[in-house]
Design a protein around this ligand. Structure first.
Ligand code: ZN
Length: 328
């Protein structure tokens, strides 16, 4: 379960805090463009988005107590979780991760390890941290870090390099596959830092590449033969035909599994394993365009996984512009 905590500084107006109603919609997997809707779907319903919404807390910024050379982000999360423990004495056994939502511009990061008391001992949990100025596609990424996912890289090891994954939402490999969703009064309204300010909660990124869930140790049921197609090594010597369902359509089809990821074994010993997925302009992938005018066309997207450090690498794409078939 996720511990969801809203935090304002003592000098931040209470009305800046997102309401219980808005938070419950944001964490409702049935509300389109909610955080839980995105995350249950992108993980093919593997991510555990059950949550407990704590009452909002008001504190002084704990980062002010960070000693010289200390990690202010560690002090920030530790300070919040200590206050939650002091006020509510939750049974931390129930929680695998925390989501902290700050009611003033504070920070944006995810992952880490934070100690919480359990019985006579303690345990550590990761956290996702965001604030009311964070864009939705960035928050999605921080939640991914709290589930143990990392960014996609390129061949040179640079971060945020896949146009086909919100785990790269910082730059999307210098493309922009995000789009603005319609206004929905049920959902949170962000405070933009741009001019004129735009609501970052409406900035929606594409689905996370299914390769991330294929390698995730915390979501083992993703890797099912109905979802992941293992291409036989004989493809190297003779042509092999198989059918892939577009990622958005395979997700829509749940609980009926459809093949949404193909695994191509290496053509020689020590070679790379490649992963192929079909991405088209629909649902959370609506930012992809037919001609790639925003730099991220509908395509067969190709990733690989480093055998040494386990990082997902964006390799390239095969645009679909000249291909027949249902492209939306
Ligand atoms: Zn990140």
């Amino acid at each position: 379960m996720i511990a969801v905590v809203r935090v304002r500084w003592n000098n931040t107006p209470p009305e800046n805090v997102w309401t219980d109603a808005v938070m419950n919609e944001w964490m409702n997997p049935n509300t389109p463009f909610s955080l839980a809707h995105y995350w249950t779907r992108t993980s093919l319903f593997q991510a555990d988005m059950r949550f407990y919404l704590f009452p909002p807390i008001a504190i002084d910024d704990p980062r002010a107590k960070t000693p010289a050379g200390g990690d202010s982000r560690q002090y920030l999360v530790d300070g919040v979780l200590a206050e939650v423990t002091r006020l509510f004495s939750p049974d931390w056994n129930l929680f695998e991760r925390a989501l902290l939502v700050f009611a003033q511009q504070t920070d944006l990061f995810g992952g880490g390890s934070y100690i919480v008391p359990v019985g006579d001992g303690s345990k550590s949990i990761p956290a996702a941290v965001c604030d009311l100025a964070s864009s939705f596609d960035a928050i999605v990424q921080e939640v991914g870090h709290a589930f143990g996912l990392d960014h996609e890289v390129d061949g040179a090891g640079r971060e945020y390099q896949s146009p086909y994954s919100s785990m790269s939402s910082e730059t999307y490999g210098h493309t922009d596959p995000s789009f603005k969703r319609p206004v929905d009064s049920r959902l949170p309204v962000g405070v933009g830092l741009d001019n004129p300010p735009s609501d970052g909660q409406r900035t929606i990124g594409p689905y996370i590449t299914p390769v991330q869930f294929y390698i995730s140790k915390s979501m083992p049921s993703f890797n099912d033969p109905g979802t992941v197609y293992q291409v036989p090594a004989s493809y190297i010597a003779s042509p092999h035909t198989f059918r892939l369902t577009a990622v958005d359509a395979a997700i829509d089809s749940w609980p009926v599994r459809k093949p949404m990821l193909a695994v191509l074994p290496p053509s020689s010993s020590g070679g790379h394993t490649y992963f192929v997925e079909l991405r088209r302009s629909s649902s959370y992938d609506a930012g992809f365009t037919h001609d790639g005018s925003n730099g991220a066309p509908m395509a067969l997207a190709i990733h690989a996984v480093s055998p040494t450090n386990g990082r997902v690498r964006y390799v390239n794409r095969i645009p679909l512009e000249a291909s027949p078939g249902d492209q939306h």
